[in-house]
Design a protein around this ligand. Structure first.
Ligand code: ASP
Length: 318
């Protein structure tokens, strides 16, 4: 597999296998195009990971850190989440996100939200301020207003780049049928471990390109898109949601860590399962409570970065 990153694969493996938190991994999706300039992906994922580590250094929890990193990526128009998300076949942004705290197993998710700039922050409010785990569409948006999260016009999150992609896919859909063009993917996610072994994860996406309005993938679903348990690990998935849901990818990876695998081995196992059992393409990032980290993907590229205490800057690869 072609490899382009800040350091060699061997050096990455050594850094991932180190023990001791705090540490973070972020991903910018397993759908990164092979012909895309890697520079904005390096830059975006590095800065997000560094933002997350700053939160941990200031005494924030693993969940605070993962959410901070995810917000950073949602605001970066180069990634398919928040501003810059892929458009539905109706030409709108429709966002899904979730988060989970491994110490308490508190979790929150939102699906099909169209008027919230940072859906991961809304998922956090579902997690912290309601007895629920998953809220969707207008009910989730009404809850956002109740929380004081301002309403953002959908068009403000639509970027020129996604509009052009939508026009191309829309033209192609007239010839090939809409379902055949609904395969392109992209997402962002973050996993964090703090110094005492608390883990957390979050994931956010615009979903597959040209998706049907109302379609929900794995991202807001606890166990599939996001999972965290201090007795296992924290994981965030990316890839074709319809396949990831079938193998509950994030939990499959975390369970493997509990059974004794390193996060790197667990990630490779989970992605293998995705391909074998659901013929799915995608990837996963993992943080274990002992501070070891892991990632794996079966697509040509997955944008990602890692950082741990003692590193002055995050290291990225795509
Ligand atoms: N998993 C996301 C979805 O299916 C897309 C992605 O991760 O690339 O909505």
């Amino acid at each position: 597999m072609a490899y382009a990153g800040d350091v060699t694969q061997t050096e990455f493996d050594r850094l991932l296998d180190q023990r001791g938190g705090p540490a973070l991994v972020v991903h910018g999706g397993a759908g990164t195009r092979v012909d895309a300039d890697p520079a904005p992906y390096f830059e975006g994922t590095r800065r997000a990971a560094e933002a997350g580590l700053r939160v941990l250094a200031q005494g924030g929890s693993a969940l605070d850190a993962a959410v901070a990193a995810a917000v950073f990526l949602e605001n970066d128009p180069n990634f398919n989440a928040g501003t810059g998300a892929a458009l539905t076949s109706a030409g709108e942004v429709e966002l899904d996100a979730s988060c989970m705290d491994g110490t308490t197993l508190r979790a929150g998710g939102v699906a099909c939200v169209k008027t919230v700039k940072n859906p991961v922050l809304l998922a956090r409010r579902v997690c912290d301020d309601t007895p629920h785990v998953l809220m969707c569409a207008t009910g989730a948006e009404a809850f956002a207003r109740e929380c004081g999260i301002p309403e953002v016009p959908n068009a403000l999150m639509v970027t020129q780049r996604q509009l052009e992609r939508w026009r191309e896919l829309h033209a192609l859909a007239q010839v090939e049928g809409a379902d055949s063009v609904r395969k392109k993917i992209g997402t962002i996610g973050a996993v964090a471990v703090d110094a005492r072994g608390g883990v957390a994860a979050c994931t956010s996406t615009g979903g597959t390109m040209y998706k049907r309005p109302g379609r929900v993938g794995d991202t807001p679903i606890i166990g599939a898109g996001t999972y965290a348990d201090d007795h296992e690990a924290a994981a965030s998935s990316t890839g074709l949601g319809e396949a990831i849901l079938k193998v509950t990818l994030a939990r499959a990876a975390c369970v493997r860590v509990r059974e004794g695998a390193s996060p790197r081995e667990a990630a490779a196992f989970a992605v293998g399962l995705l391909r074998e059992r659901a013929q799915g393409e995608g990837g996963v990032i993992i943080a274990g409570p002992d501070g070891r980290l892991g990632w794996a993907y079966n697509t040509p590229r997955m944008s990602r970065a890692m950082i741990r205490a003692g590193m002055s800057k995050a290291l990225a690869a795509v």
